[in-house]
Every structure is written in structure tokens, then in C-alpha cells.
Design a protein around this ligand. Structure first.
Ligand code: 13P
Length: 252
């Protein structure tokens, strides 16, 4: 049975003291939860990863990085490698978030290299993709999402997918308060799974967790998570509020 996952992407928010406070707050909110087959992931900025790892040692919470460079090492001032992340105990890395694609010009080809570097270092990639508003308006959303999936991941072998989590994040629903309807999310997640089955096999398609991201809040989480092919969420704004993040975890 594939895992349910609720992951909080903290983006470029909160300093180290606030990181400590937020982790304590989430712990307090979720300590009584009886979570089965469910993973809870938080993703602080690089500089706060070690703190977060230390504070979650005894906890159900896992820690993911938000990005990394694709090269092994070298003259890439300001960048962080897979080996650096792995060596401090990071087990997952978010790759291909739309903000990375848009503001940092990360192309499908770069993202494919990043995914490989994550896997080669024994970590898991949380691979994000999703269409722009103009893609959806022009009816190209399925085509765009399919090509992001193919270009970013289809160099992998089927065995690699045990370390891949997918996050469908329609760009028009990120930080906008707009959410894809549960039906729109389900429709896209089903297409993603079908595309995986066609390229690999049904087992791969059935075993990969596909998260939905884009303005998931306590008020809409239940409905979105009730859809068959939605295995959880990648949460932005609401993951910075312990009570909201906990309510979303409860909805899974
Ligand atoms: P919001 O939940 O703030 O819309 O952000 C979603 C997101 O980008 C998660 O990666």
C-alpha cells in the first residue's frame, strides 16, 4: 500500500529560533495522533536543516531539503550538493518546485540531473511539477504535465521509483488561495499514474505516492485527500502554522 504523506514546504521563511518554535508547536499539536501508513515531512531552508534534524530525531517528522545542485562538487559558489545534504542526515530533497523553475530558470534537463544526483546519494526526491494558468486556459495542461514528468523522470529505471515521491502543483494554485477542485486534482493524478503505468508498469504506478500542492488548507484538505489518487499534500503557507498543519495531517 502506498504511503500517505503530508509535507510542509517552508520556503524562504523563518529563522533558526522560529524553526525551533515551529517544530515544538507541530510536535505539541500532533503528539496524540495515531498515524498509520502516514509520513509527516517538514522542509526548512538549508541553513536550518541541522537544527530541524536534531529536533526531530525522536519524532515521526522527517526533514527534507528544498533544493540542491546537480553537480557532485566544484566551483559553484553558494550552492549545496547532494553529498553535503546526505552527510548531515537529510533523506529527502524537493526537486523542481515551480519557484525554482520560474525564478531560477531550472529546466527539465537540469531537474533530471538533480533527480539522478539525489538518488545516487541514497536519498529520496520529491519531484514537483504542474502547469501554468495559461496552460490550463489553453487546454494544454495534460500535455504540459506529461512532458514535465517524461523529461524530468523517464531516464530512471522502475526500481528507482521506490525513492521518488511526486507532487502535482498547479502553479496557478500556489500561494494564491485558489485550489484545484478535488476533481481537477484527481483527474491529473490519475493521468500521472496512467503515464507511469504506460512507461513502466502498473506496480510502479500503484506504488508511487502522488501529493497535491497548491493552497491546501484545513478547510479543503479533507475533500482533496478523499480522492483515490491523491496520496497527500505538499503544503506551503499553512505548514507554517502548527494548528493548521496538524489539522491537514489529521485530514489525511
Ligand atoms: P501554498 O500552500 O502556500 O499555496 O504553497 C504550495 C506550495 O508551493 C508547496 O510547495
Amino acid at each position: 500500500m502506498r504511503k500517505k504523506i503530508v509535507a510542509g514546504n517552508w520556503k524562504m521563511n523563518i529563522n533558526v529560533n522560529e524553526t525551533r518554535t515551529l517544530i515544538a508547536g507541530i510536535h505539541q499539536e500532533i503528539e496524540a495522533f495515531q498515524l498509520q501508513n502516514t509520513r509527516v515531512v517538514i522542509s526548512p531552508s538549508h541553513i536550518n536543516l541541522s537544527t530541524a534534524l536534531a529536533l526531530t530525531k525522536e519524532s515521526i517528522m522527517e526533514v527534507a531539503a528544498q533544493n540542491m545542485h546537480q553537480a557532485k562538487n566544484g566551483a559553484f559558489t553558494g550552492e549545496v550538493s547532494a553529498d553535503m545534504l546526505q552527510s548531515i542526515g537529510v533523506q529527502s530533497v524537493i526537486i523542481g518546485h515551480s519557484e525554482r523553475r520560474e525564478y531560477f530558470k531550472e529546466t527539465d534537463a537540469i531537474l533530471a540531473e538533480k533527480v539522478s544526483a539525489v538518488l545516487e546519494n541514497g536519498m529520496e526526491a520529491i519531484f514537483c511539477f504542474g502547469e501554468l494558468l495559461e496552460d490550463r486556459k489553453s487546454g494544454n495542461h495534460f500535455k504540459v504535465v506529461k512532458s514535465q514528468l517524461q523529461n524530468g523522470l523517464f531516464h530512471l529505471e522502475s526500481k528507482d521509483f521506490k525513492n521518488i515521491v511526486l507532487a502535482y502543483e498547479p502553479v496557478w494554485a500556489i500561494g494564491t488561495g485558489e485550489t484545484a477542485s478535488p476533481e481537477q486534482a484527481q483527474e491529473m493524478h490519475a493521468l500521472i499514474r496512467k503515464t507511469l503505468a504506460e512507461k513502466y508498469n502498473q506496480e510502479v504506478a500503484d506504488s508511487v505516492s502522488i501529493l497535491y500542492g497548491g493552497s491546501v488548507k484545513p478547510a479543503n484538505a479533507n475533500e482533496i485527500f478523499s480522492k483515490e489518487d491523491v496520496d497527500g499534500g505538499l503544503i506551503g503557507g499553512a505548514s507554517l502554522k502548527p494548528a493548521d498543519f496538524a489539522a491537514i495531517i489529521k485530514a489525511i
